[in-house]
Design a protein around this ligand. Sequence first.
Ligand code: AMP
Ligand code: ZN
Length: 116
Amino acid sequence: MSNDDCLFCKIASGEIPADKILESDDVIAFRDINPQAPTHVLIIPRRHIATINDIEDADAADLGKLYIAAKEIAAKEGFAEQGYRVTMNCNAAAGQTVFHVHLHLLGGRDFTWPPG
Ligand code: AMP
Ligand code: ZN
């Protein structure tokens, strides 16, 4: 299922180009166009889900696969042991701007807590 107006569905289908680093039947990962760390990758389910608020039981496996992809990419990029940040923003207060759920994987520098 995809949404005709969704940027990340268009990246998933290949209609809009992106610097993809991983692609499977269920999950796609590509480099963020405006990176906030030496490595900043977005990991998305192929199927369109707008926000965390829209996640249903049937989506659980796909959501879990986002985290499997995150740890695999962290290992490949070489910062798995050093540590990294994985986050998903939901709606306006958290700064979500693209309404197709995505994990941000940030690595290659130290991070502060709490985030801004
Ligand atoms: P969020 O604010 O959590 O919704 O994150 C959306 C992210 O998508 C931001 O970090 C943007 O820099 C990134 N982004 C927007 N358009 C593109 C694009 N065409 N290719 C790659 N990343 C993008
Ligand atoms: Zn979408």
